[in-house]
Ligand binder design. Structure first.
Ligand SMILES: Nc1ncnc2c1ncn2[C@@H]1O[C@H](COP(=O)(O)OP(=O)(O)OP(=O)(O)O)[C@@H](O)[C@H]1O
Ligand SMILES: [Mg+2]
Length: 458
């Protein structure tokens, strides 16, 4: 450990330096505050040990300055018995501790030892946090057959350098899969850079992706490296590739063929070594048919095509993912327990927002102890979006059927809306058509949340 000692008394300075050096500390000793602070700014010390009463600049001033420039460096102040008040002031200003003169070498050594242990705990903590982060990047939760298959495929293709195209609805985990691939690949110590084509205005896209030279266009004050260069050695994840304009598609194709790029306004070719992973929510083949996506680029990108199925097609993953998110977001708080029936509702729900929607739901469950309501809501939301099932034609799909009650409610609601429309939005006439009293119709409308006449709840 490196200790900076500021002490004006020559004898104390020499004695302390000797004591600490014998114990293996690297000591830099200074006689004045000015000299001490200059040393403190120039080098990284683990501890600052300063006398309080110094000529010119006081120990309190040194402490303030030290805390400003490096708040995490512990400061120990040394003071004569008479100035304990100042010592208290020093503690308030963030000193780690103080020693009252005269003190024994052991007192000082014990204090330094405590700091050393404290530092070790902090370093360990940082190390563990980094490890957890890298593990987070390495996990892809799922026990369904498709997800297990996806995981093993990703692990295999991580070892080579082919371009990968990941397709899947919004929130299915395309970016998670791309990170997983990167962190399992030999490039894992190099950057993983994600860029979303849909979020960058078309006019800026080229310079954002490929960078620009100084003066390439008005406003290009200095040279700028784009996403490609920043991903050098690692992986560039291009999300929403379907949103890439044709002019950029040509440039990407060129990179995939020649592994070189040009910055905007630059004539120098820059050779880069990086892996491309692209993702899309839509079927690129349809875009090819509409001439919005280059076919040659499609084939280059999809050397290895992957499809992540929507969550509703892999319901076995729901309990596992939910548990994962409750742990992740709960941060050690008590985990809400779901009943079997509630879990069933979750498994039956169609999750249009996929895993992201499930993650949000986990957040809501943690935030609200009375979460039954949210789960009930999933049920009704789906019932509302379900098409009327044609029982008479015999096409009722019992797999998707949610029970007789919601089914009848849905039928009833459509019938009422139809009658109201037919009656020109006159409630009394509608009640007559339905052969029920007006008051009954009113209460049914309330219960079924028919607040506007198109049948949609407000
Ligand atoms: N298999 C999984 N394991 C753990 N977390 C997941 C998994 N799939 C998705 N997630 C989580 O769900 C959220 C959405 O995932 P991600 O951003 O990868 O989806 P996406 O397919 O890229 O969505 P979009 O199309 O909207 O860009 C993220 O918070 C992610 O951590
Ligand atoms: Mg994404």
């Amino acid at each position: 450990m490196k200790v900076l000692l500021i002490e004006d008394e020559k004898i104390t300075r020499i004695t302390l330096t000797d004591t600490l050096s014998e114990e293996g500390y690297q000591v830099t000793a200074c006689a004045t505050g000015t000299e001490g602070l200059a040393a403190f700014q120039a080098e990284r010390f683990d501890v600052l040990l300063t006398d309080l009463r110094l000529p010119v600049m006081s120990g309190i001033d040194i402490l303030k300055k030290a805390k400003e420039s490096r708040p995490n460096c512990p400061v120990i102040v040394m003071t004569a018995y008479a100035s304990v008040d100042t010592a208290v002031q020093a503690l308030k200003l963030g000193a780690y501790d103080y020693l009252t003169k005269p003190f024994s070498p052991d007192e000082l050594l014990a204090l330094l030892n405590k700091i050393k242990q404290f530092k070790e705990v902090i370093t360990e903590n940082i190390r563990l946090k980094k490890r957890i982060k890298s593990f987070e990047n390495r996990t892809l939760i799922g026990r369904s057959a498709v997800m297990r298959h996806l995981v093993s495929t990703l692990k295999i293709i991580a070892q080579n350098d082919f371009t990968v195209l990941i397709q899947g609805e919004s929130g299915t985990g395309k970016e998670v899969a791309a990170r997983f691939l990167h962190y399992h690949s030999p490039r894992h110590n190099k950057p993983f850079i994600a860029v979303n084509c849909a979020s960058i205005p078309e006019t800026l896209l080229e310079s954002e992706l490929f960078g620009h030279e100084k003066g390439a266009f008005t406003g290009a004050g200095k040279q700028h490296s784009g996403y490609f260069e920043r991903a050098e050695g690692g992986t560039l994840f291009i999300d929403d590739i379907d949103d890439m304009p044709l002019s950029m598609q040509v440039k990407l194709l060129r990179f995939l063929q020649e592994r070189t790029i040009n910055r905007v306004g630059g004539d120098k070719e820059i050779t880069l070594d990086l892996r491309i992973i692209a993702a899309t929510k839509v079927d690129l083949r349809e875009l090819i048919a509409q001439k919005k996506f280059r076919e040659d680029l499609f084939y280059r990108l999809s050397i290895i095509p992957l499809l992540i199925p929507p969550l509703r097609e892999r319901k076995e993953d729901i309990p596992l993912l939910l548990d994962h998110f409750l742990d992740k977001l709960g941060d050690g708080h008590k985990k809400p327990r779901l009943s079997k029936a509630q879990l069933e509702i979750m498994e039956k729900y169609s999750w249009p927002g996929n895993v992201r929607e499930l993650e949000n739901m986990a957040g809501r469950l943690l935030a609200m102890p009375e979460f039954d309501y949210f789960i009930e809501q999933l049920h009704t939301q789906d019932v509302q979006s379900q098409p009327l099932l044609a029982i008479n034609s015999g096409v009722l799909n019992f797999e998707e059927f949610r029970g007789i009650q919601p089914y009848l409610q849905k039928q009833e609601k459509e019938l009422i809306v139809m009658a109201i429309k037919k009656a020109g939005q006159n409630i009394s006439d509608a009640a007559r058509l339905l052969k029920i009293p007006r008051s009954t119709l009113r209460s049914k409308m309330e219960k079924l949340q028919i607040t506007d006449f198109s049948g949609k709840p407000n």
